[in-house]
Ligand binder design. Structure first.
Ligand SMILES: [Zn+2]
Length: 371
């Protein structure tokens, strides 16, 4: 049912738009135009202003022709860097890549085209559909900073689909972890490294001692910890006065993730005290774990849609976050659909004409389902 040429043309057009996090205005303007033409009531929230970005989250509502509960389709408009000057290259076999110097942006433009194309198919074929809500978010790639400012009082749906997962179309994630970001500042005291080293307080030494005591990598079967960035010191002849460290903990168990950051904090406190250094330790919740029951109607509807298209359906656990983590904190039941994107967050990112069509077809089935 989908119009392959129209879908691919739109995808190529979107790829050509620069849309790094906080700079989504061009895509946002385009999305608003399309939704307006499709008969949606549209609103843009304050996320752009609050995040000092160029665009807010774009929300749309379309009345249904079926007496069913509304469902939400959520997708993000930003792409990771290198994100500027992207060009889609379509190979003879239908594979679509960038020119090799940027990402492609199938993450998440494949989701945007799937939703817009599905809506056009529903409309031009007069297909009966339920009330549909759409949410095009900003700044997802920086720990869902856009959707964090969404006005949830607008939302009518209690369930829905986030189109934002790597893998073959037919796969979907029903479970995702909490991700807690840690930022640590150690304040020592500068001194000449040759003349009076004992007068200094060595901030890097404190960091090194603490990090060497941490358990990194897998802490258990559902929890990991990483220290990703360490930065400190001014010159090789100065006892370093400060050191900053960034890391994260992720776990399917939110409380466990919180406890792990507390343990890490205790280790840093112990060495800061021993060396008489100052310490600032902040933890930010990047996203919160959720698990949608595998027998939930939101899953069943998706399985049914895949069945109608002869697509193998596979429900998985993911260890990455998405906007669905944030929706879930409001009691929303959702799953994250594989959306025709591969090798995301790299210049090797690719999709294919075939997969783009498939996810659009799945989306049509979800919008028109009787379940
Ligand atoms: Zn994404």
């Amino acid at each position: 049912m989908v119009n392959k040429d129209r879908l691919v043309t739109e995808f190529v057009q979107l790829v050509a738009m620069d849309s790094p996090s906080f700079e989504e205005m061009e895509v946002g303007t385009y999305v608003k135009e399309q939704l307006r033409a499709l008969g949606f009531e549209i609103r843009e929230d304050e996320a752009g202003r609050k995040n000092h970005g160029s665009c807010g989250n774009i929300y749309g509502f379309l009345k249904g022709t079926k007496e069913l509960e509304p469902i939400l389709f959520c997708v993000h408009m930003d792409t990771v860097e290198p994100a500027r000057g992207k060009t889609a290259v379509i190979a003879e076999d239908g594979t679509i890549t960038s020119k090799g110097n940027t990402v492609l942006g199938a993450d998440d433009f494949a989701g945007i085209t799937a939703i817009l194309e599905a809506l056009r198919v529903v409309q031009e074929n007069n297909l009966a559909h339920r009330p549909i809500e759409v949410l095009f978010t900003t700044a997802e790639e920086v720990y869902s900073k856009g959707i964090a400012h969404f006005d949830y009082s607008w939302l009518k749906s209690k369930e829905g689909y986030t189109l934002d997962l790597t893998g073959p179309v037919g796969m979907a994630a029903y479970k995702a972890p909490s991700i807690l970001a840690m930022e640590i500042q150690i304040k020592g005291k500068a001194a000449h490294a040759g003349f009076a080293p004992e007068e200094g307080v060595h901030a890097i030494a404190v960091a090194a001692k603490a990090i060497s005591e941490l358990k990194l990598g897998h802490i258990d079967e559902e929890t990991t910890q990483n220290i990703g960035i360490i930065h400190g010191g001014l010159m090789s002849n100065i006892v370093p006065e400060s050191c900053s460290i960034k890391g994260e903990v992720r776990s399917y168990d939110h409380e466990k993730a919180v406890r792990e950051t507390e343990k890490t904090k205790a280790v840093f406190e112990r060495f800061a005290k021993e060396y008489k250094a100052g310490l600032e330790f902040t933890v930010t919740i990047g996203c919160k774990a959720y698990e949608t029951p595998i027998d939930d109607p939101v899953v069943k509807r998706f399985e049914e849609a895949c069945g109608q298209l002869d697509l193998p359906c596979r429900m998985i656990e993911t260890f990455g976050g998405s906007d669905n983590n944030v929706l879930a904190t409001y009691g929303f039941r959702g799953i994250v659909l594989a959306t025709a994107m591969n090798q995301c967050h790299s210049v090797k990112e690719y999709t294919s004409v075939n997969e783009l069509c498939k996810i659009a077809e799945v989306t049509v089935r979800l919008m028109t389902s009787d379940r």
